[in-house]
Design a protein around this ligand. Sequence first.
Ligand code: UN1
Length: 542
Amino acid sequence: MPHILEAGFEIINYENPNGSPSIKGYNIINGQLKESSNSETFESINPAILDDCLGNFPLSTKQDVEDALHAARDAFESWSSTPPPTRGQIIGNMGRLLMEYKDDVVRVETREIGKTLKESAGSVQEAIDTCLFFQSEGRRLYGQTVNSELPNKELFTYRRPLGVCGIINASNFPAAVPFWKMIPAIMCGNTCVWKSPQDAPLLSFVLTRIMHEAGLPDGVINLIHGKGSGAGQHLVDAVDEGLVDKISFTGSTSVGKMIGEICGRNLVSCSLELGGKNPLVVMPSADLDNAVEGAYWAAFGTAGQRCTSLGNLIIHEEIYDEFLDKFLDKVEHTMIGDSMRFEDVLYGPMISERYAKDFLRDLEICESSGATKIWGKGAISEDNKPINFQGDPSEGVYMWPHVYSDVTEDMECFHEEIFGPVVTIVKASDFDHALHLANASPYGLSSACYTNDRLEAYRFKSEIRAGMTGINNSTTGAEAHLPFGGVKNSGNGTRESGIWVIESYSYWHAVNDELSGKLQLAQMDVDEIHIEEAEVDYSSLA
Ligand code: UN1
C-alpha cells in the first residue's frame, strides 16, 4: 500500500450529477493507505443530492481496529519522547496548512454533511483555532517544582501522556470536534486511533492527510472508517482487551453511558460529551428582537443538529404573544436549500438519510406528548414545501422547521433531545418559574437567558445547572479556548477545548529527588517545631 502522501486521490467515477468526483477512500494505519481486511466498503452520500456519492470507504473490521491500535502503540514511544515544542510546531503547521486548504475543506464538509458553506467555514475555522491555540502549549505544558518537608530533597510534577486514545466523534462538527480531541491528545504526547463519523469519512480522510502533510509522523494518528455499531464498537471493546488507555466520545447519552461503563470497569479514563435539551429563557426586560434572532438561530441553525441547539424555548407570559408572533414570522420565511447552489439559506439538508429518519421518528414524541404543533410539516417534498425553499427538494433530505407550543414539564418532549429543526415552547409565569423550567431537564449542556435585568442575569448564571451559559446570546457558538461540556446527562464532567482539556489527556506524575544521600522518612523524620506554652494573658486586654 502506498504511503498516504505518495497517492493522489483515486477517482472511481465521474457519474455524479454535479460532476464532482467519487473517490476510493482508505483507512490510514501507520501512514499507509489500507482497505478493510475483508474488503467491504460503504458509501458517503451528499445529503443535498442523494445521487452524488463522495466515495467508498472501508467498513473496518475488528482486525483493522486492532491493527490501528497496535500502530498507535508502536508509535507511542517515539512520539511521547518527542520534545513538546516540536509536537507543538507540527500542530501549528497543521493549522497553517488547514488555512491554506480551508476553502476546499469547507466545500468537502458542505458536500458531505449538508451544512451551509458559512457554517462549514466556522467548523473548519474552529479546527484551525484549536491548532493555533495548542501550538504554543508545547512550550508550556508546565509541571511544578514543589518544596519538600525534608531538607536537601526536591519534588516535581510532570504531565505524562496516557497512551493510546480512541477518538469517536459525531458527524455534525466533523472538523472541529475531532480536532478538539486529537490536538490536545497529541500535544500531550498520546497517539490516537480515530474512528471517523459514518457520515463524514471523506472529510476525515482529507483532514488526516493534511495532518500528515504538516509533518505528523506515521502511526501518531490512525484513521479507521466504519459504523458506530461496527468499528466504533470494536474500538470500545478493545478497552476490555487492554489495548486502549483513553476514550474520547461525542454522541448520544445512551452510547456515552455504555462507553462509560466499559471504561469504568477497566479504570480507563473517558471524556464524554453527550446530548442536551438546551433551554433559552426570554424575560420581559429583554430586547425582544435580539432575543428572537438568538432563539431562531439556536433552534434552526445547522438544521438544529448541534448538541448546543435550542431545545426548550421558555418565554415569560407577559411577552409570550408578542415574542411568538415575531419568532413565527421568521420561522415561516426560513430559507432552506443546498448552500452550494443557493445563497443565504439558513440551513440545508439533514446530515444524512439516517439523521432524517431518526428526526422524523423523534418528532413523534412531540405529537404523543400532546404538544400543540404551530409550525412544520415533517419532510419537505415538491408538494409539501415552505415558501422559501430553494431548489428541488426531492434531490436531498430536507425538513421543515417545527415549532410546538403548550409544552409542560410533565411531557416527554420537554425532556427528550430531538436532534433536528424543532423547538418546544414553554410558558413561564415569572423568573423563578423560568429558572425552574430551565433546570428541569435531565441534561445540562448549554443554556441561555435574554434579560436586561442585572439581578436576573446574575441569578440565571449562578443558579442554572449547565456547563455553558449565554447571557443575551444564543445557546450555540462556543469558542475554541473556553471549556466545552456539560453536567447531568450531558457528560461525565470532562471538558473539551481550552487549557482545561489538558487534564483529560495527561496524568500528573509526582517525582521526588533525594539529594541528602540518606534515607529521610516523610512525615517521620520531619523536624517538629513545638508551640511554646501559653504565657501571655491576653484576656486582660479584652
Ligand atoms: C457540537 O454540537 O457537538 O458551540 C459542537 C457550538 C459549536 C460546537 C458544537 N462551536 O455550537
